[in-house]
Design a protein. Structure first.
Length: 572
């Protein structure tokens, strides 16, 4: 269901609104329904928890029993995550000083999947692993007895921890009645009411100077975008017309590139619903959807018109990020927060503020508005404690600290009076911390390391509302862009489409891996097809091949997992 659009505040009006927001007293904000105002209490009290959570300070937590120096090793699945490595950042030092714990975090050299599979095959595992909870390798870690049950560790070493864990989270993520990992970024229904607007896709942006030179035309359909790109290319032949992040089906899913969701949900706004075939009891591969394929057909159109460089199909993420830093694309795709907090400030400082990027609205295709599936996150990565850990008790107790309100505030804000202060009941960075963040996010990250230490982020009314307030007051352009795109969201929670792919070690898992590999090889052939006829032939051959590989077996299993997802959510 689409939401009413929010008017974006331009220029002087935006400044006036900000001035008023800063000037009004807390009592007025409370009457106006502003979150975290006087009614929250000025002393910075934590959120009032729902059942299954315990605020910090109620009872002694087990991590306080031993704060002697202790280091444990951890592999993080994602070789891009250099910011997460523990060095001498402020937050890492604060956490170590308080708990005695230091994380020796490692990244893969080369392919993450090859690195992970080699560790599992050789048994050369670190003390802990941060891994996507729905990664096919998770079942092997559990079934082969390579990781501890969180139930056993919590019961034995950190019983108070149970009071902090959301029962719905525990139920959803349990396997065979046991919780084997702690999922970060798990959100309850409350997240839909609190915090910053949700933008589930990676939007497309256009260089501001180029857009204004063209007369700031409306870009509301895929045809509009094509026309703008053709015009801009004539004016700026030196720039690459379209920038897309790296393609890798194994890492990014069947869309190939995270940049593709923006197009896919324009051409196939009801893709998730249409994949579910209750009459035949299957969940189809998205590649069978005409709308899904039309998104790639649009890329082929761009390619044939000289508006898409085929090198993007083999570009590494680091190369794409470097090109983004230099404003090398007319239109580019990026996470909304990264664009406004990382790339735009850097571009403004090096190239000039006129060369920053501004967001494009959702694009209609074939007369239909886009629909972006967006709901509360069910988690991103899970913390696994392996059987190689000599002191699993210290690691689970450290996780207890990280999950607590105290640990969350340390992770996000640091020390009160030093790096943040409480303003109208909500935390707010001190001016020097906030100014560096808004001016140079990379330098801010290197210095403070906020949000990068424990990695066990969870929702919380206190910090979610603080994030929303800071977004509105300090990053108005990002907030307005998010609200502009959020109106195309719909809640897909009830569809039961999470974690559908089969375990990698099962026969269906092997088939699925082969289909992924084939699709990975097919995407470049589709995008670079010389004609519609060639495109159709390549696509037809692909469908024939996945049918021969046994796609129907996987689609039947995905339907069963779809039903299981509904059951875990209490919807069946």
């Amino acid at each position: 269901m689409n939401r009413k659009p929010v008017i974006v505040l331009p220029g002087i009006l935006a400044l006036l609104v900000l001035t008023l927001l800063f000037a009004v007293p807390a009592a007025w904000l409370q009457r106006a329904g502003w979150p975290g105002s006087a009614g929250q209490g000025g002393g910075g009290t934590a959120q009032t928890p729902k059942a299954g959570t315990a605020p910090i300070g109620k009872g002694d937590l087990s991590w306080k029993q031993d704060t002697s120096p202790f280091t444990f090793t951890q592999y993080f699945y994602g070789n891009w995550a250099t910011d997460y490595l523990w060095k001498d950042q402020y937050d890492m030092k604060l956490t170590e000083a308080k708990t005695g714990v230091r994380i020796d975090r490692k990244l893969a050299v080369g392919s993450d999947d090859d690195y992970l599979n080699m560790m599992i095959a050789t048994g050369n595992l670190p003390d802990s692993i941060m891994l996507d909870w729905n990664n096919p390798a998770v079942s092997k870690l559990i079934n082969d007895g390579l990781v501890y049950s969180m139930n056993d560790l919590i019961d034995k070493y950190a019983p108070e921890f149970w009071k902090m864990l959301d029962p719905e989270m525990v139920k959803y993520h349990s396997v065979n009645g046991q919780l084997w990992y702690l999922p970060n970024n798990y959100e309850s229904e409350n997240r839909l009411k609190n915090g910053a607007p949700i933008v589930s896709i990676r939007p497309w942006f256009i260089r501001k100077d180029i857009y204004e030179a063209l007369g700031s035309p409306k870009v509301e359909t895929v045809e509009d975008l094509l026309h703008v790109l053709e015009q801009a290319k004539r004016i700026h032949p030196d720039l690459s017309p379209v920038g897309l992040d790296f393609f890798d089906v194994t890492k990014n899913g069947f869309e190939g590139s995270l940049s593709m969701d923006y197009l896919i949900y324009s051409f196939s706004p009801r893709l998730l619903e249409e994949r579910i075939k209750d009459d035949s009891k299957i969940v189809e591969y998205p590649m069978r959807s005409a709308g899904f394929i039309n998104a790639f057909r649009f890329l082929n159109t761009l390619y044939r018109k000289g508006l898409l460089d085929s090198k993007l199909l083999i570009t590494k993420q680091e190369q794409y990020m470097d090109a983004m830093n230099h404003g090398s694309f007319i239109v580019a795709s990026q996470y909304i927060s990264d664009m406004f907090r990382k790339f735009n400030p850097l571009i403004a400082n090096t190239l000039g503020p006129d060369k920053q990027y501004v967001e494009l609205a959702g694009l209609s295709a074939n007369g239909h508005e886009p629909r972006y599936p967006a709901t509360r996150l069910l988690g991103w990565q899970g913390l696994f404690i392996t059987k190689k850990a000599k002191h699993p008790e210290r690691i689970i107790r450290f996780a207890e600290y990280a999950w607590s309100d105290e640990g969350q505030m340390d992770l996000r804000y640091g020390k009160e009076g030093e790096t943040y202060e409480m303003v109208d009941g909500l935390p707010q960075y001190t001016p020097d911390v906030r100014n560096l963040m808004n001016r140079d996010i990379n330098a801010w990250t290197r210095k403070y390391g906020f949000n990068d230490s424990t990695l066990l982020w969870r929702e919380g009314k206190l910090w979610d509302e603080a994030d929303l307030r800071d977004l509105i007051l300090s990053r108005t352009d990002e907030y307005n862009a998010a609200m502009k795109l959020q109106r195309f969201n719909y809640d897909d929670y009830a569809l039961g489409m999470e974690n559908l792919e089969p375990d990698s070690t099962s026969p269906e898992g092997v088939i699925n891996a082969n289909i992924k590999d084939l699709w990975n090889k097919t995407i470049p052939l589709l995008v670079m097809a010389a004609s519609d006829r060639e495109f159709n032939t390549v696509y037809s051959d692909f469908i024939d091949q996945i049918d021969k590989l046994g796609a129907d077996r996987v689609e039947k299993l995905m339907y069963q997992r779809h039903l299981l997802d509904l059951k875990k959510k209490g919807l069946r």
